[in-house]
Design a protein around this ligand. Structure first.
Ligand code: BGC
Length: 483
């Protein structure tokens, strides 16, 4: 039928722990992100808005209400994340595990045995584990499949001191994704999460957006912890985050063997952000080259690492010598696509690394934060990622910063049409669509003024109110068809 989505298609909304959990007295202050957004120097430099996560929507207390809201919008799935820092507020470094390395010294395998698992269980924060179990099981009770992301950005402070890393004085073991040690601790956390929640969760996302964490944290200098502007550090972060996917994949497969529903026992994917890049002037060789480089580095690089073991560290487009690490490929059952925008790329000399001689043209159809709305791009990225890596796809995030809710309806219709065409006309197995986001929330360093929600949240009472665009989402999700 024209405009219909396949049977069993997942309709969902997406949130992440740091952005929605706090508020109503619930606080999780043990992460690099917590320190980052509260840091006075970051505020002075205007790297962060000054808004505080503890003034958030309060999902930690109000999850039942939010599930009801989502269910009322026609959702049969809900994407959320687990906060590593809540599960392990205390360090897990003392838990002994076997770490196997390849001949280049790369971590190939982390073996978490039963004894290590018992120690991890002892160290885990019991109240948080109990609450997450309630959160995941309630999701099912209300008729929605939970999709749980293991890493949606906060890192425990015992692994990352973002201010010391920013200022170049952090010691080894406290530099987050710059340290290999973070990979080992991440593997332990993922093993424990799969063990503790596997009976309730079948759909697992490992890393949310290798590219954004690396780019905003290590190359753009400012917005994200640790605020560096260093190409080398950026590549180390890209490498470690891509490797982290494989380690997480193995742990979840090993420790979650319980099915909670039809997707079980453990269906594990990576969530990646894909931009639609376009040269501003297709007849300019320099612009075309700049657009292709952006595509390669930001869309392709980490997926090549995850799927092929290609770690092109000098970013020359060739995988040579110890850049080829096929033994680090562990698997990936699906690809989560976060799609927000088109980027019109132009060549611009900057006087540094010539590969970074590019800039982005102002958006032709800007959202509140200048993202260039381009619905057809979503069809294009779904086609591209499927033709290259051949895995089922979930659109794990798609949405618009639109405080007045005047653009969201058109945005939804255009992007859902693009998804439908990718399925129907191009034969791409897109299995679900998760809108970012259910409710207005803390947009990281930009704070609360940036509003992606289908529902608004009253700052004081925390009352949720569906916006007009929510009705459009509901209509389509309930009909499983563009109407
Ligand atoms: C992230 C979200 C974020 C959204 C909107 C994505 O990159 O996963 O956490 O809020 O973009 O900017």
């Amino acid at each position: 039928m024209v405009g219909a989505f396949p049977e069993g298609f997942l309709w969902g909304v997406a949130v992440s722990s740091f952005q929605v959990e706090m508020g109503r007295g619930a606080v999780a202050d043990g992460s690099d992100w917590w320190v980052w957004v509260h840091d006075e120097e970051n505020k002075r430099r205007r790297w962060v808005s000054g808004d505080s996560p503890e003034d958030g929507p309060g999902f930690w207390e109000l999850y039942r209400q939010d599930y009801k809201l989502a269910r009322g919008l026609g959702c049969n799935a809900f994407r959320l994340s687990l906060d590593w820092t809540r599960v392990f507020s205390a360090s897990t470094k003392g838990v002994a595990v076997e770490v196997h390395r390849d001949r280049h010294g790369n971590i190939e395998k982390v073996r978490v045995d039963d004894r290590a698992m018992r120690e991890l269980a002892k160290l885990a924060d019991k109240a948080s584990v109990r609450r997450y179990r309630q959160i995941f099981s309630e999701c099912r009770v209300q008729g929605m499949e939970p999709m749980v992301t293991l890493y949606h950005w906060p890192i425990p402070l015992w692994l990352h001191d973002p201010i010391a890393t920013r200022d170049g004085v952090a010691s080894l073991g406290k530099r987050g994704w710059l340290d290999e040690e973070t990979l080992v601790e991440f593997a332990k956390y993922c093993a424990y999460a799969a063990h503790a929640f596997g009976d309730l969760v079948d759909l697992w996302g490992t890393i949310n957006e290798v590219k954004i964490v690396s780019d905003h944290g290590f190359l753009d200098g400012g917005e994200f912890p640790p605020g560096l502007n260093d190409f080398k550090a950026f590549m180390v972060a890209m490498r470690h985050l891509s490797m982290a996917h494989g380690l997480a994949y193995e742990q979840v497969k090993r420790w979650d063997q319980a099915s909670a529903g039809p997707h079980g026992p453990s269906n594990v994917g990576i969530v990646t952000v894909l931009h639609y890049h376009e040269p501003i002037d297709p007849s300019s060789e320099a612009d075309v080259k700049a657009a292709m480089f952006n595509d390669y580095l930001f869309n392709e690089w980490s997926l090549n690492a995850v799927f092929r073991g290609d770690y092109d560290m000098d970013v020359d487009g060739l995988v040579e010598g110890d850049e080829a690490l096929p033994h680090l490929v562990k698997g990936c059952d699906w690809i989560g696509v976060n799609y927000y925008m088109r980027r019109r790329v132009m060549h611009e000399a900057k006087g540094g690394d010539p590969r970074l001689d590019f800039a982005f043209a102002p958006a032709a159809d800007p959202s509140d934060i200048g993202f260039d709305t381009f619905p057809e791009g979503l069809r294009w990225v779904c086609d591209w990622v499927y033709s290259r890596y051949r895995r089922p796809i979930y659109v794990t995030e798609n949405g618009i910063a639109d405080a007045s809710d005047s653009m969201r309806e058109r945005y939804l219709l255009g992007h859902l049409d693009a998804v439908q065409r990718a399925i129907e006309m191009d034969g791409v197995p897109v299995r679900g669509y998760f809108h970012w986001s259910l409710i207005d929330n803390l947009e990281w360093s930009s704070g609360y003024k940036v509003r992606f929600g289908l529902c608004s949240v009253d700052a004081v009472t925390k009352r949720r109110t569906p916006k007009a665009s929510a009705t459009v989402f509901k209509r389509i999700a309930e009909a499983n068809m563009l109407t």
